[in-house]
Every structure is written in C-alpha cells, then in structure tokens.
Write a protein that binds this ligand. Structure first.
Ligand SMILES: Nc1ncnc2c1ncn2[C@@H]1O[C@H](COP(=O)(O)OP(=O)(O)OP(=O)(O)O)[C@@H](O)[C@H]1O
Length: 290
C-alpha cells in the first residue's frame, strides 16, 4: 500500500518517487543515482495505490482471514514498511470511535476486524467467548500494553518486561500476559485505545509520531458448536494483528543515540522475521526462528 503525500509534503513540493499501477499490480520507484535516472519496478500479489480506502484494504486483505479465524484457524497479519509509510494508520487508523454504531471511514484493520467478528457471531446467534491481548516488543523486551497501571512511584508505571516461554508442545507463550475477556466491539475499541496510547513513540525525521516498537494485538475466540450427531464441540481461532516498527535506514530516519540503538534492534528482528517468512514460503527444512 502506498500512502498519499501529506499536507506538509505537498507544501514543500516533495517529489513523487513511487508510482502504483493497481491493474498490473506493480510499484515503480524512481531513483536518480549519479545523474542517471534508474527506475525499478516491483510486482506484488496486490497493490493499493494512494487513493485506496481503509475499507478496500480491509475487504481485500483481511475479510477472508476473519472467515478462517471463525472456522477455527490461527491467522496473522503483518504491517511491514519503512517509518512513516502508514503501517499504524493501516492497522489502527482512526480507531473505533463509532458514530451511530458505524466505524469512521478512516478506521483501520483492527477495529474493522473486531466489528466484523462480532457482527458475524451475533448474526449466527453463536455461543462464544472472546479474549484479547496487546503486547509490545521494544529493544528485544516484551511488555504488556494491557497490564493495569501499578504504583505511581515506580519509574515506568505498568511496563515490566516479560518472559517468553516454551510450552513444551512446540509453541511459545508470554508468562503473565494479561488477557481481557470481552463481550462487545466497543469494549475492544477502548482496550485498543488504552494499549496503543502506551506504545513507545518518538519523532524521527520521517514521521512525527513514529512507533519504535512492534505491537501484537491478538483476539482469541472460542465458539461452541454442535455436530449433526449432537456432540458438543469447541472451535478455537486466533487472529494476530501485528504493527511492526519502521524498517528504516538509520541515517535517513535521523535516528541518533537511543533512537539508533532502537533502529539496530528493530532491524535485527525484522531481518530475522524476513528470513523466517522466506524459509516458510520456500518450504526449506530449517526455519531460523531464533
Ligand atoms: N493511506 C493514508 N491516507 C492518509 N494518511 C495516511 C495514510 N497512511 C498514513 N497516513 C498518515 O501518514 C503519517 C504516518 O503514518 P503512520 O504513523 O501510520 O506510519 P508508520 O508506518 O506506522 O510509521 P512508524 O514505523 O514510524 O511508526 C500519519 O500522520 C498518518 O495519519
């Protein structure tokens, strides 16, 4: 997805170097190296140009996965890209401030997914339970964005690093992670707002409010179903919505001191994520999870 130029960028006549061709599913980047114009074109499975709406991205990229989650699968959506390219906007957008029960047009993937899940379950009069968690990974440390605020006297109120543990069945879990049981979409919107307000952000040259951490918002749904034989069955699906930290080049983002160390850690984890996804796609034997 390529975002439109911002008002500030337009006011200083920022040149447009990225062009999208949605029909051909191509993105071209114009580069001028040593006075030579070198354009490079990349082909994707799907391209959303600067005029694309939050609704378009959601309908195309997320709706099918919401269906799978309700069928009992685990699905993950990552937003990946350089700082300031619109990851947080795409994932959260205007959040879940509803007007007469409807989401605003700039609401991102997370509030839209939440609304759709509740709409479907309610239309089916399903018997279900749902819980959410919200986690941040910053400088290789995990913190729980939903942990209740603790002592006013501690330095960094509710943010205690947490341990990632293996569960002995090949999976991992975060010890002590808060999981909040929710029963309505509006409850989740409030949780989302509370958690994202605690994320580590800082100004870089490329984004005034840059997220300096990865965040994972997870929704776990248990649905009770009856087989034709009358047997009771519980279906469990999980949707992980991941807003990664910017994959920027340190010098270009203007990161310095603490920011540069962050960028180093961010790049390290993004590099590992890239390797894991590549090996999963190629079905290679060893997957470098660590
Ligand atoms: N599709 C879009 N339409 C309009 N505004 C957008 C769009 N995408 C992003 N923006 C705006 O651009 C700015 C940067 O976007 P955002 O904070 O989402 O970037 P980011 O990729 O999450 O950056 P970082 O990695 O630094 O956190 C924000 O002010 C956001 O509102």
């Amino acid at each position: 997805r390529c975002r439109p130029l911002s008002k500030e960028e337009l006011s200083i006549n920022t040149p447009v170097v990225i062009t999208c061709n949605e029909q051909r599913r191509e993105v071209s980047a114009a580069q001028n190296i040593a006075n030579k114009q070198i354009d490079r074109t990349f082909v994707f499975d799907k391209v959303f140009g600067p005029k694309s709406k939050q609704q378009d991205v959601f309908n195309h990229a997320v709706v099918p996965l919401v269906g799978e989650v309700l069928d009992g699968y685990n699905c993950t959506i990552f937003a990946y890209g350089q700082t300031g390219t619109g990851k947080t906007y795409t994932m959260e957008g205007g959040g879940g401030k509803t007007q007469d029960g409807e989401l605003p047009s700039d609401a991102g993937v997370i509030p839209r997914a939440v609304k759709r899940i509740f709409d479907i379950l309610e239309a089916q009069s399903a018997e279900y339970s749902m819980k959410v968690s919200f986690l941040e990974l910053y400088n290789e440390e995990l913190t729980d964005l939903l942990a209740p605020d603790e002592s006013k006297f501690s330095d960094d109120k509710s943010k205690k690093p947490m341990a990632l543990m293996e569960d002995g069945k090949g999976g991992v879990f975060v010890r002590g992670l808060e999981e909040e049981v929710v029963s309505s979409a509006s409850e989740i919107y409030k949780i989302l707002e509370r958690g994202s307000g605690k994320r580590k952000t800082a100004e870089t040259l490329l984004n005034k409010q840059s997220s300096r951490s990865h965040s994972i918002f997870s929704i776990t749904i248990h649905i009770k179903e009856c087989t034709p034989e009358g047997e009771e069955m519980i279906k469990c699906g999980k949707l992980n919505l991941v807003d990664l930290a910017g994959s920027e080049n340190i010098s270009r983002s203007g990161a310095r001191d603490g920011r540069a160390r962050e960028a180093g850690e961010i790049n390290k984890s993004l590099l590992t994520l890239g390797r894991v996804i590549n090996t999963l796609v190629e079905h290679s034997g060893h997957i470098p999870y660590r």
